[in-house]
Design a protein around this ligand. Structure first.
Ligand code: CS2
Length: 498
């Protein structure tokens, strides 16, 4: 296959292969209204697509004032890929039946925070910016996942308090920009968290106000009193882009895109309608605006993300590379269904929600053979993910005296994984802010469930007081014992067949 050397860009939009969609609005009239922190694939396949729809739906000049400036906190890679193509990029929507390509125009510009932190603060302080949204992953908030409080000893927090106008962390940027706006007598922007944190808006509000109060009590109070932090539930599966994906997209577009994003047909965004400085017409783009996001967020974290993590740890250990591979094993498909079954009774949904249909749709999405979503990718940062995905539901079930065996197997899968040695004795590349601490505990305990489980359950930052709960200790220790004895493949088979 000979691939075209033409590069996607403003001047080449007319030459795109006819079947690919392109921005359905005059991009030259779009002005920035949003700064997004964390310009990763997820943002580009989710919120940016919605904004692209808003820009296409709105005919007025106020509708075109919601373009996005994206900021990568550290790496210049996304900027380096997208700047030469005028920040245009492709979303490839993959289903078993085929792939659809759509070029997104909502991203107007990008900055790399590490290179010019002051310039990013300045852009966020510009009064045209009315929303600062975030996808910086769980660990990007510099908080303790178990309590939801700012980790005041986090190196980036310490750095940012000493370098207030040249911060590194997401909370540091938000506080510095809000302080600048306050000093200039400007109204604040709305802070829109789009990460999978429990009560994400409230959690980020707490983190940001705690951070600001360390700087000045008045600033903390001003933020608490005036800034809106709506909660959101975001959902779309977005695996990492590979070189093979780039080639496939180039063949379909008839030109190269240095960084397209791959995703599934499904997308959902539920947003608490509480914006202090206006918002685009999100409903016109299919966003569900509600007064209380909590039930939807718990539904998604405890059904989708919990079973995703269970498949990721146990599937990886069983030798499966992707979620779709894992789901092809009927025992693992049953495992995912059982995690959802255990979690479902901990949820209270608004009337009219069809949880059974939601669960069935998740199993179908996981099995999508066109998505190459690596178990290793989802296994990342487990210490930051476990509390909201698995531990909350376990706590609720224990309070009702219900068994927790499937969740315990998932937690044990995480424990086995963070030992950093797989079932063949090969090293696992564990990516987690606590990786070294966890591997140290695993080395000390050795491959003995009765020692390793209590050692890891004692990691306060992850388990908090729940780690000492006898029924949980017993269930997790027993599950880990089976993983050591039988291996993940067999332990899952035995578990779901019982
Ligand atoms: C996944 C999520 O990587 C992970 O931890 O569970 O990124 C998941 O794909 C999304 O939350 C789906 O909306």
């Amino acid at each position: 296959m000979r691939l075209s050397s033409t590069r996607l860009g403003r001047a080449n939009l007319d030459r795109l292969a006819p079947r690919s969609r392109r921005p359905a609005y005059d991009r030259s009239r779009v002005t920035p209204g949003i700064v997004h922190l964390g310009l990763g694939a997820f943002h580009r396949a989710h919120q940016a697509v919605v904004i692209d729809d808003c820009l296409a739906a709105g005919a007025t000049s106020s509708a075109s004032s919601w373009g996005i400036i994206g900021a990568s906190l550290r790496s210049p890679d996304t900027r380096d890929a997208l700047a030469p193509q005028d920040h245009l990029y492709t979303v490839a929507v993959r289903a078993a039946e085929g792939t659809e390509h759509r070029v997104i125009g909502a991203l107007l510009d990008s900055v790399v925070a590490r290179e010019k932190p002051g310039a990013l603060v300045e852009r966020m302080a510009n009064p045209a910016i009315r929303i600062v949204s975030l996808t910086v992953t769980e660990k990007g908030y510099c908080h303790t996942p178990q309590t939801g409080d700012l980790d005041e000893r986090h190196p980036d927090v310490v750095h940012d308090l000493n370098n207030f106008d040249a911060p590194r962390s997401a909370p540091g940027f938000i506080v510095a920009a809000l302080a600048r706006r306050r000093a200039q007598g400007l109204s604040p922007f709305t802070v829109l968290c789009c990460d999978n944190l429990a009560a994400n808006g409230h959690t980020v509000q707490r983190i940001v106000t705690q951070f600001a109060a360390l700087r000045s009590k008045d600033l903390g109070k001003w933020i608490a009193d005036t800034v809106a932090f709506p909660c959101t539930m975001v959902d779309r599966i977005v695996p990492e882009t590979t070189d093979a994906d780039r080639d496939a997209v180039a063949a379909a577009l008839g030109m190269r895109d240095a960084w397209p994003v791959m995703t599934e047909p499904f997308t959902q965004w539920v947003v608490e309608d509480r914006f202090a400085a206006g918002r685009p017409d999100l409903a016109a783009a299919g966003v569900e605006l509600v007064t209380d996001v909590k039930p939807f967020e718990l539904m998604k974290l405890r059904l989708l993300n919990a079973s995703h993590s269970a498949l990721a740890y146990l599937g990886y250990l069983a030798g499966y590379e992707t979620i779709a591979d894992t789901m092809r094993d009927p025992y693992f498909a049953r495992l995912a269904a059982q995690v959802m079954e255990e979690a479902a009774v901990t949820l209270t949904m608004p009337a009219g929600t069809d949880l059974a249909a939601y669960r069935a749709s998740l199993l179908k999405r996981f099995a999508n053979p066109a998505l190459h979503h690596r178990t290793w990718q989802i296994a990342m940062d487990g210490s930051q993910k476990l509390p909201q995905r698995l531990l909350g539901a376990m706590q609720d079930r224990l309070a009702k005296n219900l068994p927790i065996a499937t969740h315990a197997l998932a937690v044990a899968g995480w424990m086995r994984y963070v030992t950093a040695l797989d079932e063949q004795g090969r090293a696992i590349d564990v990516r987690d802010p606590l990786a070294a601490e966890l591997a140290g505990l695993a080395r000390e305990a050795g491959p003995v469930a009765e020692r390793l489980a209590p050692a890891l359950l004692g990691v306060e930052k992850v388990f908090g007081p729940l780690g000492a709960e006898p029924r949980l200790r017993e269930a997790v220790t027993a599950a880990l014992g089976r993983l050591f004895k039988e291996g993940a493949r067999r332990a899952v088979e035995t578990h779901v067949s019982a």
